[in-house]
Design a protein. Structure first.
Ligand code: HMG
Ligand code: MG
Length: 298
């Protein structure tokens, strides 16, 4: 049976915006986050504490964290690659920190400038400090379904990285299809590879929609019993270190699918569509969610 409830992690403010060339003002980011939580999202990837030279769009991380109007029932999650990022993030009171590794050595080098083994050494003190401070820790495993540099990625590599993350205390892993190449059988294999290490409630799916397969992959994950997914309002996003990768699966599309399946998300689709229209307007982009476009055309 499919899960009766799904937790959607809204990654638009981070994954969605990080790739935007023109700087999006802090006020717009803050308003987007406000609208997303008003729409019922309860877990929001808010920003990242990475090098502003590498990702200039996230340079206002602390200002965004200071500007948002917080709700007690929302988890504000931030990406942190190392202790420097953690030390900058801590005073901004994140509810969760997310370390991000890769199942591909080549992508690890391009994205965070170190090997998989080195990345785990950088994450370990972050995880230890966060857990001691009572902050949740999530890990992302990029390129779990394929790599822009290495091509096919063996499921064993996913298990390998999941095991390394588990050993340093990471509580949850997100299986990421960074370049959106996966199809349902591959998605299932990658998720099962993580499930060899983590419990079913501690694995989520992060599917970019480059090849239009993300909803099919989510359905395959639901069939496995996975009940947490990352998604990006209006389908915003991409990774600066994965050329041609488009956005995450649009949150509107995920909510429409789950509504149709009778799976509870707590998200109000109309309010979410408004939030997606707001940010698309600001970016001067056509909305990347076909569900949103269909609703807006009514
Ligand atoms: P590095 O050059 O190896 O780090 O970068 P370093 O420790 O040698 O430091 C070099 C410089 O960066 C120094 O500054 C540090 O102070 C500074 P300088 O002396 O040159 O002026 N620095 C920092 N500044 C701010 N915050 C920090 C930080 N750390 C060092 N935390 C590093 C390593 C990871 C920092 C760099 O490679 C980086 O920032 N990469 C960006 C990675 C990124 O944000 N990628 C996109 C997010 S991941 C993603 O999108 C995938 C995901 O969505 C899942 C999926 O779809 O696959 C999660
Ligand atoms: Mg991503």
């Amino acid at each position: 049976a499919l899960p009766s409830k799904v937790r959607i992690v809204e990654v638009g403010p981070r994954d969605g915006l990080q790739n935007e060339k023109n700087f999006v003002s802090t006020a717009v980011k803050v308003e987007l986050i406000g609208r997303l939580q008003e729409a019922g999202l309860r877990h929001i990837e808010t920003t990242s504490f990475v090098s502003p030279k590498w990702v200039p769009q996230m340079a206002d991380n602390a200002a965004v964290m200071a500007g948002i109007v917080r709700r007690d029932d929302v988890v504000y999650s931030v990406l942190v690659p190392n202790m420097k990022g953690y030390e900058a993030a801590l005073p901004t009171k994140p509810g969760e920190v997310e370390v991000f590794g890769s199942a591909s050595e080549a992508f690890s080098q391009k994205n965070i400038n170190c090997s998989i083994a080195e990345s785990i050494e950088r994450f370990a003190p972050v995880v230890e400090a966060a857990l001691a401070a009572g902050i949740r820790v999530r890990g992302a495993i990029s390129c779990a379904l394929g790599c822009p540099y290495e091509g096919e990625i063996a499921a064993e590599k996913v298990t390998y990285v999941a095991r390394l993350m588990k050993d340093i205390g990471v509580q949850h892993v997100g299986i990421a299809d960074t370049i959106g190449v996966g199809t349902p059988r591959k998605a299932r294999k990658a998720l099962e590879a993580a499930l060899a290490v983590y419990d079913i409630g501690d694995v989520s799916g992060h599917f970019h929609d480059t090849y239009g397969q993300a909803l099919a992959n989510i359905y395959a994950a639901l069939e496995l019993g996975i009940s947490q997914f990352d998604a990006s309002v209006a389908g915003l996003g991409g990774c600066p270190y994965a050329k041609g990768a488009t956005g995450n699966v649009a949150t509107e599309n995920v909510v429409y699918l789950l509504d149709g399946l009778g799976i509870e998300t707590g998200v109000d689709l109309d309010a979410l569509v408004d939030a997606g229209a707001f940010i698309s307007r600001h970016l001067g982009r056509t909305n990347g969610s076909n569900v949103a476009n269909a609703i807006l055309a009514k």
